[in-house]
Each structure stands twice: as structure tokens, then as C-alpha cells.
Design a protein around this ligand. Structure first.
Ligand code: GAL
Length: 654
């Protein structure tokens, strides 16, 4: 069984080689095991076209390895050097205004540019040949944060030609494309694939079907770009784990599809930066400004565990103030430890801190590391020592048991409802996160997965908020499942071509519940639709029930708010917390899923035989009722702010 480990991100090229051995020794001494390096070093690895300089990297890897550290080697393709851009200026991506995205930061490339892709093949091949068999190299990271800084979509010529080909492959004939997109509307019909344009710079909104296909295409380009690197690394560096570091709240490509080619998923967790950037209100931000949103990290841990088919890690963990949010507060004392154990509780193999030493130069000089630029210890440095010691004494292995409850998260649905929100604040991502928070309030540890037959196997409860379209295979799997199912709002409300289904929403899901949505409305922020318990906000639907479908909860204006047929429920709007909790508690009770109701700022996570308890609030909380007779392996029953406790679950609760 894999033991859970700590790591750090390191940039040997930023420091004199004379410092490396001392750095490595200190890393080892505080309990770090993994070091990620190299992902932005192209200009040092190949200072001029075809002139390679690998000696320094070999020395760095040798030094880390000699200190007993394992290296995760990054491919440097997120930072093409100047000589390459100058030689191939059309490799730059173009923004939606058609302007090239210039050299001078990072990610300045277009995923569709075949010339750039070949340059990447070349540098990745050379690196993998050089270091693929090095005993210190145990894993690879492809590129860095695909899509960061809005770089998935490119409106370049390369993207245009590739998009035309993609459409031709998908539709075969232009008439089929015209029919699928509904191009008769506003005389948008096209007579050949060469006539297709990219959906930017249109006078008013572009056709949603055109936009959705462009997003699907852009996502496929990321998948293909990543796959080329993976194939090269597999060939020259067999047996090493291949990962990519995904981001938080980022959805522009299908992360399940990219992960399919990887051995494991990883993501970069910056709880305070994400909170400051989020749409949460000021009171929420003030309450959690030093610990982060209590559910946001956990949501992504579960999502990326799903992407990685059980294998995942945190590649970059915030250790102190960052430089990129609107405000950059310092974490509370204990927050780094809290975040680290929240990740381990969710089954992370490794939590790796970003970064070892703060850079005194360039863009991120205000971003803290485990060491300030003068190499003294920062707060997080000392925290890591404590965490490493606790981890060793807990001796937990990576456990990723399938949960009874699964929440479906689907990237296409996110694209579709971004294209057609219909109400300014209808966000699929927020809707799914909202459901997730409801599950955390019930003390549940859940899985997140894509809408496939595999995902829904052996579950007791399946949650399907806002699924844009349901494939026949997925509907079949749901129909065959014995699980309770909660659908809606907006689930199944379009065909895959972005059209209203012939028998009205929820389209193919009508096989599971005999109702139709005859009308929808979106609601301005101060408008609510009261129901027997709680209310709808943002969005509500008017449904017509078929025979055998009962209305379980009604709205005050006598419309059905929650409908049920057998084990299948449909929620006809965006519920507030009270309504969501009421619907969930009915379903969870029917599905015989055991729940607990922890106090407001307490979060619970079961992992294998261990139950973890976390305190995200500003006050100590007595958790003795959660712990019962069990003996604490970590933490205390009066759990302080940022406190972490862990205890062994009894056999029955397992
Ligand atoms: C991540 C990125 C790192 C660094 C970090 C700063 O998004 O992967 O390279 O920029 O943010 O927080």
C-alpha cells in the first residue's frame, strides 16, 4: 500500500548550484520526499535552437537523488523561449479579439499549431532520452496548468483550419452540420467546411451550437497535445508515473479526457487565493479569509480523484500569501496543516508545497515559499516539520474506497450553461458545488465523476444537477441502477446538438421520471419562489407530471418543486440551503445512507478506516459527540481553530 508523502516545487535554475546540496539536505531533514523541477526551464535547457544544455539539470537531479529525494520532472512546454517564438511567430495563440498573445510571460502558444507541437515533441523526446531512466526520476509532469490565463481557446489561423477539419470529421457533410447547428436560423447556412469561421467577433451572440462545438474542439486539442507528450515519455521512461497539474475552478477543457492518458491527476491548491477570487459574498470571505472556503478544496480533491481514477495528489499547495489574488492575506496559524490533512483524508498520494524558496525577482517575487529569499524558515517550513512527523506517526496508507454517494460533474454541461446561462447567475459549476456543500453539511464523504455507466455502478445515491444532455448509454445505466437519483434543474434539457429535445426537457431522462418541463424562468437576485421548506432562487421550472409521478414538495404558487417516481426525483429549480437539505435528507434516508450533522464550521471525511474532523471556524469546537468512544490518533476533542483530528472508525461505521 502506498504511504502518503510530502513534496515541494523547486527551481534549481533560479539559484547558484552551490546551494543545491544544502537545499536538498534541508528538504530531506524536514520530511519532504518529492521535488518537482524543470517545468519552466526551456531557455536554460536549450538556450539556442538545437543547442542543448542538460548538464546542470543532471547535476540538480543527481544532487536531489543523492539526498534521498524523488524527482518529478516537468516538461518545459508552457514556456517556449524567445528564439522559438521569433522563428515561428504564428505559434502564438490569438485572443477572441484576434490579437496575438505576446511573449513575455508564459503559456503563449496555440494548441493547434502543428509546428509548435513538433517542437514540443522534440524537446520532450530529448529530455526523456536523457533523464527517463535516471533512478532519481520517479514521475513526470506534462507542461504546466493547461489553460491557465485563459489559454485553451485560440482564434488563430491554425485553430481555424484545425476546427474546420474537426467539424468535417464530426459531420461528414455540411448539410448535417447545418441541421445540427440549426443554421437556417438567421441564414447562417454554410455550403462547405471551408466556409466555417471561428465563433468570435460576431455582431451579437454566435450560435450556441457553434460555440459548443468550438469548445469541444478546443478541449480535444488540449487532449491531443498532452497525449503526444505522454506517448513520448512512456516510450523513454517506462514505469514512471505521468501526471499533469490541473487548476481550481477551471473548466475550459475536459479534465476527465486529459486524465485518461495519465497515470494520475494532480491539482494546484491555493485556498486563500481562490477564496478572494471567488463569487462568495464579503461576509463569507471575511469569515474564511485565512483558512479558505471549507468546501472548495475538498470538492476539487474529489473531482481530481475521479479524474485520476483513484490516483491523485496536490502538486502545488499554498504555503503563505500568494501574489495573484485581489488581496493576498497570510494563512492562519495551522491552516497549511489543515489543508494538507484535508487532502490526505481525501486520498492524496502526495501534498507538495509551492515553492521551496521565494523568488526575489520577476513576476512572483511577492509569492511566499517555505523559505524567504534569504533562506530563513518561514511559518510553513516549520509547519511541514510537524506535518511530516504526524504523518509518520499516523502511518496512513492511500485509501480510495468507492463512496455510496456520487455527484456527477460534467465539463460539457459547464460549457453549455456558460454559453446559454439564461439568467446572469446560472452557473453549472456553482450549482454542482452548491450540491456538494449540501452533502458536506450531512457529513458525507462522496465521489465526483463523469456521466458514465462506470461512475454510477454500486452507488446508493446519484446526484445529477444541471446535466446538459444525457446519452442513451448513461440513461440505460441509470435505469439499470438500484440507486436513488436526484435530477434537475436543467438536467437533460438539450440534445447533444444543443437543441430542445422533441418531447421537451428532461429529454432522454423522461425514461426515468415521467414529467416534462413546460416553461423555465430565471430570477433576479432578490426574487425567490417559496416552497413548503425553503425556496428556489436564481432558477425555477414549471413541470407537468405524468401518471405515477407524485409531487413531494410544492411551491407556494402550487407548482411542483420536487417530483418523485419510484427512486427517481426531479428538483424543479435552484434550491436554497434549506430546500436542498430537505430534499437530500429525504433521499439519503430512503437510500439508507448514514449521515451526521456536524456543527457549522466542522467538516468530516472518512478515508478507509479513519475518520478525520476539521475545524474551519474561528472558535474551538467540542467534537466529543462526533468521536464517541473512539480514541483519537491525531488532534483533540476540543478542536481549536484550524484543528485536525483523526480516529479509527468502528467496524460497523466503516
Ligand atoms: C500556479 C502555477 C505556478 C505558480 C503558482 C503561483 O498556478 O502553476 O507556476 O505560478 O500558480 O501561485
Amino acid at each position: 500500500m502506498t504511504k502518503q508523502k510530502l513534496g515541494v516545487c523547486y527551481y534549481p535554475e533560479h539559484w547558484p548550484a552551490s546551494l543545491w546540496a544544502e537545499d536538498a539536505a534541508r528538504m530531506k531533514a524536514i520530511g519532504l520526499s518529492y521535488v518537482r523541477i524543470g517545468e519552466f526551464a526551456w531557455s536554460r535547457l536549450e538556450p539556442r535552437a538545437g543547442v542543448y544544455a542538460f548538464d546542470w539539470l543532471r547535476e540538480a537531479i543527481d544532487t536531489l537523488h543523492a539526498a534521498g529525494l524523488h524527482v518529478v520532472l516537468g516538461t518545459p512546454t508552457a514556456t517556449p523561449p524567445k528564439w522559438l517564438v521569433d522563428a515561428m511567430p504564428d505559434m502564438l495563440a490569438r485572443d477572441a479579439e484576434g490579437r496575438p498573445r505576446k511573449f513575455g510571460s508564459r503559456r503563449h502558444y496555440c494548441f493547434s499549431h502543428e509546428g509548435y507541437a513538433r517542437e514540443c515533441d522534440r524537446i520532450v523526446t530529448r529530455l526523456a532520452e536523457e533523464f527517463g531512466a535516471h533512478p532519481g526520476v520517479v514521475a513526470w509532469q506534462t507542461d504546466n496548468e493547461y489553460g491557465c490565463h485563459d489559454t485553451v481557446e485560440s482564434y488563430s489561423d491554425a485553430a481555424l483550419y484545425a476546427f474546420r477539419k474537426w467539424c468535417e470529421k464530426k459531420y461528414g457533410a455540411s448539410d448535417a452540420l447545418n441541421a445540427a447547428w440549426g443554421n437556417v436560423f438567421w441564414s447562417m447556412e454554410l455550403s462547405s467546411f471551408d466556409a466555417i469561421d471561428l465563433p468570435n467577433l460576431t455582431v451579437t451572440e454566435a450560435n450556441p451550437a457553434h460555440l459548443l462545438d468550438f469548445q469541444r474542439f478546443s478541449s480535444d486539442q488540449v487532449v491531443a497535445f498532452n497525449r503526444r507528450q505522454v506517448e513520448i515519455i512512456r516510450k523513454h521512461s517506462p514505469g514512471r508515473t505521468i501526471l499533469h497539474n490541473f487548476m481550481g475552478a477551471f473548466t475550459a477543457f475536459d479534465h476527465y479526457a486529459v486524465s485518461q492518458d495519465l497515470d494520475a491527476a494532480s491539482w494546484d491548491s491555493y485556498p486563500l487565493g481562490f477564496l478572494e477570487r471567488s463569487a462568495n459574498d464579503d461576509a463569507f470571505k471575511a469569515r474564511y479569509m485565512r483558512v479558505g472556503d471549507p468546501d472548495f478544496q475538498a470538492f476539487h480533491h474529489d473531482l481530481y480523484r475521479g479524474c485520476g481514477r483513484g490516483r491523485w495528489q496536490v502538486m502545488e499547495q499554498q504555503p503563505g500569501p500568494v501574489n495573484w489574488a485581489p488581496w493576498n492575506p497570510a494563512p492562519a496559524r495551522g491552516a497549511v496543516r489543515l489543508w494538507t490533512f484535508e487532502a490526505f483524508a481525501a486520498g492524496a498520494e502526495t501534498v507538495s508545497y509551492f515553492r521551496w524558496r521565494q523568488a526575489p525577482f520577476a513576476q512572483e517575487q511577492m509569492h511566499e515559499g517555505l523559505l524567504p529569499p534569504n533562506s530563513e524558515a518561514s511559518e510553513a517550513y516549520d509547519a511541514v516539520k510537524t506535518i511530516a512527523a504526524e504523518l509518520a506517526s499516523l502511518d496512513a496508507c492511500v485509501e480510495t474506497k468507492r463512496a455510496d454517494v456520487v455527484l456527477i460533474f460534467d465539463y460539457e454541461s459547464e460549457w453549455a450553461w456558460k454559453i446559454e446561462p439564461q439568467g446572469r447567475d446560472f452557473s453549472y459549476y456553482e450549482l454542482v458545488l452548491h450540491f456538494y456543500r449540501g452533502l458536506r453539511r450531512a457529513g458525507l464523504s462522496v465521489d465526483i465523476g463523469q456521466p458514465t455507466a462506470e461512475t454510477v455502478q454500486n452507488r446508493k445515491l446519484i446526484l445529477l444537477p444541471g446535466l446538459f444532455t444525457a446519452s442513451d448509454a448513461f440513461v440505460e445505466a441509470l435505469a439499470a441502477s438500484e440507486a436513488h437519483l436526484l435530477m434537475g434543474p436543467r438536467s437533460g434539457s438539450k440534445t447533444a446538438d444543443f437543441q430542445i429535445p422533441p418531447a421537451l426537457p428532461p429529454g432522454a431522462l423522461q425514461k426515468l421520471i415521467d414529467l416534462r418541463v413546460r416553461r423555465v424562468e430565471s430570477l433576479r437576485p432578490d426574487a425567490v419562489i417559496p416552497t413548503e421548506t425553503g425556496h428556489f432562487q436564481r432558477w425555477r421550472e414549471f413541470v407537468v407530471l405524468g401518471e405515477g409521478v407524485e409531487s413531494v414538495i410544492a411551491s407556494y404558487d402550487d407548482e411542483c418543486a420536487l417530483a418523485r417516481q419510484w427512486k427517481h426525483y426531479y428538483l424543479a429549480g435552484w434550491p436554497n440551503d434549506a430546500l436542498l437539505d430537505c430534499a437530500l435528507s429525504k433521499l439519503l434516508a430512503d437510500a439508507r445512507v448514514e449521515t451526521v450533522s456536524p456543527p457549522r464550521d466542522i467538516r468530516i471525511r472518512d478515508n478507509g478506516g479513519l475518520r478525520y474532523v476539521f475545524n474551519y471556524g474561528p472558535e474551538p469546537v467540542d467534537i466529543s459527540s462526533q468521536v464517541g468512544e473512539a480514541q483519537l490518533l491525531l488532534g483533540e476533542t476540543i478542536l481549536p481553530p484550524c484543528g485536525v483530528a483523526a480516529f479509527q472508525l468502528t467496524e460497523k461505521r466503516k
